[in-house]
Design a protein around this ligand. Structure first.
Ligand SMILES: [Zn+2]
Length: 234
């Protein structure tokens, strides 16, 4: 799971990976014969190779277009980009509180021009709120607004949903109701954080775990994370 990509290591922070580190990581995946997939491919598959990976980028910030896309092309890797629909063509203003510099979000034109054999688009909700704080009708309304944009602009978006902040109701009936709601809204996969590799077919298609790649992770940490997930040490 990636977020922002920046030009130099000195701009890195928690959620921002430098373009140099990203290249080392992609090179490592390529050299070690990892195979990348889109969620749309997994739908029809019953088994996948041992070294399979899905690269995900949240928020469709412009820096992903500038820095991540050329590297994905160079190393012939696929990735899934998750759109917070309300913010298309604006900035990631929901980050304001964190004090991180605001990032531009791609425009509709930029999203439409992404090469589809490399980039698959997915959902990252409309308003980038925590699902745990929303009622069923608020979640449904949020989906409706996503569909409105997708319809208006004829955007090609696969129904895989990355939960903003990795947040969703984790327990009991709230958890079951949440999954029912996203299922009723045609979502085929739901992505949390979790920091562990997944088995495939997925144990729970609405609790797919993602491994958080951080700005300060060196290549050794990256290799360990890809194999084992997040280690207590880090
Ligand atoms: Zn996000």
């Amino acid at each position: 799971m990636y977020h922002n990509v920046c030009q130099s290591a000195s701009d890195c922070n928690k959620l921002t990976v430098s373009v140099q580190n990203l290249e080392r990581q992609f090179q490592y995946l390529k050299d070690n014969n990892y195979k990348t997939f889109h969620f749309s491919e997994l739908e029809k598959m019953e088994a996948i190779p041992q070294k399979s990976i899905i690269l995900t980028f949240d928020d469709v910030t412009e820096n992903q277009l500038v820095y991540a896309l050329p590297l994905l092309e160079k190393y012939k890797l696929k990735a899934s980009f998750f759109i917070p629909f309300q913010y298309i063509g604006k900035t990631d203003s929901w980050q304001k509180k964190t004090g991180e510099p605001e990032q531009k979000i791609m425009t509709i034109e930029q999203l439409k021009e992404l090469p589809r054999h490399i980039i698959e688009l997915g959902y990252h909700s409309y308003a980038h709120n925590r699902y745990q704080t929303l009622s069923k009708s608020e979640i449904e309304n949020d989906f409706l607004k996503c569909e409105e944009i997708i319809g208006n602009y004829n955007l090609d978006v696969f129904p895989a949903l990355a939960y903003p902040y990795g947040n969703y109701p984790k327990e009991g009936s709230e958890n079951a109701n949440f999954k029912t709601t996203i299922n009723e809204n045609k979502m085929k996969f739901g992505l949390k954080i979790g920091n562990r590799p997944n088995t495939f077919p997925f144990k729970d298609k609405y609790e797919i775990k993602r491994i958080d790649i951080k700005g300060l992770d060196n290549l050794i940490v990256f290799k360990l994370k890809v194999r084992f997930g997040k280690l207590k040490l880090f």
